[in-house]
Design a binder for this molecule. Structure first.
Ligand code: MG
Length: 121
């Protein structure tokens, strides 16, 4: 069973994402911001991370920079989530080490395709 860490400050989005991911057979953990996520990754690296862009305390982009600098931090596949249809955001995320991106709100099919693209399903 692969582990997926959902990083999002919205409890509703975490709940919906968890439901979708568990339905695909993932073991799911959650973090409400980048700092929480980084602490969880230090304890145990997940296989894949669903990462929100806008969060308090530490943004998705900041988190990603720290993650990729950590030992073993190159391992998780990272799918960046953004609500803004902004090519600059997507490029910044990919430059920072994201493997894929997904536009919110996403449905099961869209998420499944993105997870296939990063080799997780
Ligand atoms: Mg957010």
């Amino acid at each position: 069973m692969k582990n997926c860490l959902i990083v999002d400050d919205s409890r509703v989005i975490r709940k919906v994402s968890r439901h979708l991911l568990e339905g695909m057979g993932f073991a799911v953990t959650e973090a409400a911001d980048g700092k929480d996520a980084l602490e969880q990754c230090t304890a145990q690296m997940p296989d894949v991370i669903l990462l929100d862009w806008n969060m308090p305390v530490m943004s998705g982009l900041e988190f990603l920079g720290h993650l990729r600098d950590q030992e073993g931090g190159d391992q998780p596949r990272v799918v960046f989530c953004t609500t803004e249809n902004d090519i600059d955001h997507i490029r910044a995320a990919i430059d920072a080490g994201a493997d894929e991106y997904v536009m919110k709100p996403f449905d099961r099919e869209t998420l499944h395709v993105k997870l296939q693209l990063v080799g997780m399903v």
